[in-house]
Design a protein around this ligand. Sequence first.
Ligand SMILES: *Cc1c(COP(=O)(O)O)cnc(C)c1O
Length: 387
Amino acid sequence: MDEIPFLSLKDVNGRLREEIDSAIRRVLDSGSYIRGAECEAFESEFAGYCGTKHAVGVGNGLDALILTLKAYIELGRIPPGSEVIVPSNTFIATILAVSEAGLVPALVEPRIETANIDPGLIERSISGRTSAILAVHLYGRAAEAGRIREIADRRGLLFIEDAAQAHGAAIDGRRVGSFGDAACFSFYPGKNLGGIGDGGAVTTDDDGIARMVRMIANYGSEEKYVHALKGVNSRLDEIQAAVLRIRLARLNEDNERRRKIAADYIEGIKNPRIELPIPGIAEECVWHLFVIRCDARDDVAAFLASRGIQTGIHYPTPPHRQGAYHEWADRSYPVAESIHTRALSLPMSPCLTDEEVSRIVDAINCFDGAWHGKSRKAPGLGNNPRL
Ligand SMILES: *Cc1c(COP(=O)(O)O)cnc(C)c1O
């Protein structure tokens, strides 16, 4: 029986082999490898896709977040040392960016149904020192951007999106990346829009922020050897930009395939022990991950592994339980903790076939509540590409 990988990046890019080969050759022959014609074209295509005036290509998604926060600080729109509201349930990069920019993360619990930040809880976490709300569109599902925008406007705060998992998700026809004052994307290979290396972008309608992000990311310079401020080096390279242009042209089609797979999972999985994600409104979710929940999560993973099906956990440990934030060890975020102990991600990729999906559905429907095999440790587990 063939293994069903959690996500085969080789397949994702392999189907575009000829296009990618010729794009790489084109870059090689151009002699321009950083911030050249490919980057410029990608920035304009990606801004057009998101519906924003600007997209600035940067080195990775974490840098997109850090550079955005630093740009607001540099322009005097975020006070140094102020508080930024972030979800307690996210990939840790969101929170690390706030710390790295010298700001204070204020954690707010998610809604259990969506795993996204609960707008009803944001308001009571706003203090006199709060400067911004940094919301994440987790697992590919758009956060409640309308309500967050309203709270931010009423309380005089910035709204920044972490859209690293949700390229193409939309609310009422408007795509994520265009709701916040600025939005941050990652093009890590495993994302819905991914390169063959690191990459990221900041989208915004704000000329000043776009210019400042670009400048900080280029040694604080707009003119060669003239350095207006203490910047860093975080730029999108030409090979990534060229590959991302190819992937962007197929993003809607890939997201459609993910939606079909999610619909098939939701329709086919009938096991009272397994909780399925809410389908929600189709366009709002691009299913970066398909996360089920179950009390016997590790048993389900081991059972699926015994049937050749790899799974992932997003994420095994919540940020406030990580060594990086040992100072928060005695805090409690019960909703985030419950998601982290019960979540299991099923294979999800535009390359997953109908046969593979039905094999996964059948296997889950056979799970009887416990894993009866020898090892509780699933062979595929912990081995997956980080997402
Ligand atoms: C992947 C990810 C990031 C970081 O992106 P990198 O390109 O890996 O630095 C940030 N936030 C979220 C929610 C992510 O999933």
